[in-house]
Design a protein around this ligand. Structure first.
Ligand SMILES: C[S@@+](CC[C@H](N)C(=O)[O-])C[C@H]1O[C@@H](n2cnc3c(N)ncnc32)[C@H](O)[C@@H]1O
Length: 237
């Protein structure tokens, strides 16, 4: 058994079948191969991929539990994080990966096809446009993002996509609590409620890691999200 899989078992209480471990091995190979041609992710070594990408993505289970049967959207997914590791772990989850950059979406589509991930798709789209489209607005049980934007901006990207009763989750570093404090107004305006922060740091993580969870309690007003670019230029503060 690979050492990182042992860590997953020990710290996250996750067990992976031989088939799931093979899926991670193929994903790892594709990341290494594609990274040589395209600049997909800054993490390029096997150890980094396993710890900073696979295990870090899987920490979301600490807050979300079993995602089988749920609709999850991963916004600004890049090379598929955290969405693809969560999909490998929960094969019955419905997965939407979205990113503004075409080459990253092409890679995610290739991974979905190569690993045979069912009920999964990757689209090239900006969060601001998705939040206004009937197809995506308030359709997801869980909307996740890692390393996409500061939390007040991220709330405007993610909360419009969350169903009432669903949750958004942001994977964050040491600034998690400060960012959450700055997001009170955005959360209130966009229909969020009941925020919490969970520390998911592990002995072998270099940085402190946190999950910020925000429940969706009421509909997002029709004038949000604002047009593309505005949430980042003029965050709701
Ligand atoms: C630093 S990468 C993080 C990728 C991945 N989530 C991870 O943690 O490895 C940020 C990604 O967010 C995407 N992105 C940024 N703003 C976006 C937006 N408004 N809508 C969709 N994608 C966005 C970028 O194209 C980029 O691929």
């Amino acid at each position: 058994m690979e050492i990182w899989v042992k860590y997953a078992l020990e710290y996250l209480n996750i067990s992976l079948s031989v088939y799931q471990q093979e899926q991670f091995a193929v994903y790892e190979q594709l990341l290494l191969e594609w990274n040589e041609k395209f600049n997909l992710t800054a993490v390029r070594d096997i150890g980094g991929i396993r710890i900073k990408h696979f295990l870090d993505s899987l920490t979301c289970t600490k807050a979300l539990g079993d995602l089988n049967g749920k609709n999850l959207a991963d916004i600004g997914t890049g090379a598929g994080f955290p969405g693809i590791p969560l999909k490998i772990l929960f094969p019955e989850m419905n997965l939407l990966l979205a990113d503004a950059t075409g080459k990253k979406v092409n890679f995610c589509q290739h991974v979905i096809q190569t690993l045979g991930l069912k009920n999964s798709r990757a689209i090239q789209a900006r969060a601001e446009e998705m939040g206004l489209s009937k197809e995506h607005r308030e359709r997801y049980d869980v909307v996740a993002a890692r390393a996409v934007a500061r939390l007040p901006i991220l709330c405007e990207y993610l909360l419009p996509l969350v169903k009432i009763g669903g949750v958004m989750i942001a994977q964050k570093g040491e600034t998690a609590a400060d960012e959450l404090a700055q997001s009170k107004k955005a959360i209130q305006i966009l229909g969020g409620k009941n925020q919490s922060i969970l520390s998911v740091s592990m002995p072998f993580f270099e940085d402190r890691r946190y999950l910020v969870l925000i429940q969706k309690a009421s509909a997002t007003p029709f004038n949000y999200p604002r047009r593309t670019g505005l949430p980042s230029q003029k965050p709701i503060l």
